[in-house]
Write a protein that binds this ligand. Sequence first.
Ligand code: NAP
Length: 259
Amino acid sequence: MFELGGKSVVVTGATKGIGYGIAEVFAKAGANVAVVARTAEEVRRAADALDAVGSGRTLGVCADIGDPESCREMSAGVLAAFDGIDVLCANAGIMPQAPLATMTAAELSSVLRVNLGGTVFVVQACLDALTASGVGRVVLTSSITGPITGYPGWSHYGASKAAQLGFMRTAAIELAPRGITINAILPGNIMTEGLAAMGEEYLAGMTAAIPAGVLGSPADIGHLAAFLATAEAGYITGQAIAVDGGQTLPESPDAVRPR
Ligand code: NAP
């Protein structure tokens, strides 16, 4: 059960944070993993690190997911190296903050270009290869922010993460006849460099709001991504699954007060 050895997997935004955690789970399961991001040095470093923990092959590819041509070049590069793409983890995203009162049109379009446009463009670029796989899998990294919750400064970000789900539901119907499933993971607060940069007060407040009592790890997201990529998950499509330690459940802060 749950065999991923030999699968060819593309993970966007895999140089750090959640993307690296996803890539590491697949690498340890014996998959061939392509690390995609914009910064060449970081791509090389992540590919080397994955090479050391995995038994499959690793490949580093520089691409900007917000640019359709760059996505096409990326998928051609992966195909040339791995001879196929079975799994696409469309994970890369940006999370700048901008209060609604002062948000500029440029700030809004930059977030939508990468988080929504980037999701659509990588799926399009990998579509023929995923179809050829016969059991293609797409796993999106959305968020609880937008689809379920809100947070000041992230209205544009939340909108982009909710938009990924709207895209997914129609994509699931269009891709089903090709044997491709597409699902979304909604991470809660996952311990990454970006989250750490929010500061101790933010981290303490978030931890206090989580029934599980701890922040998530990138591997927590990687394990669900890996499951959704298996043959056993083949009848699951178009679904949004929160991985948040119960963070979205309490009706009030009192509900998570220690008793
Ligand atoms: P992160 O640590 O900031 O890493 C982002 C990754 O995406 C990096 O590899 C980055 O590399 C790459 N990237 C950014 N823009 C790109 C572009 N235009 N083209 C290609 N690659 C790009 O982010 P993270 O916190 O792990 O978040 C990853 C995903 O999880 C995002 O979609 C985010 O919305 C979602 N998420 C995160 C959390 C959390 O708690 N951390 C919670 C909910 C959802 P380069 O900059 O070199 O390109």
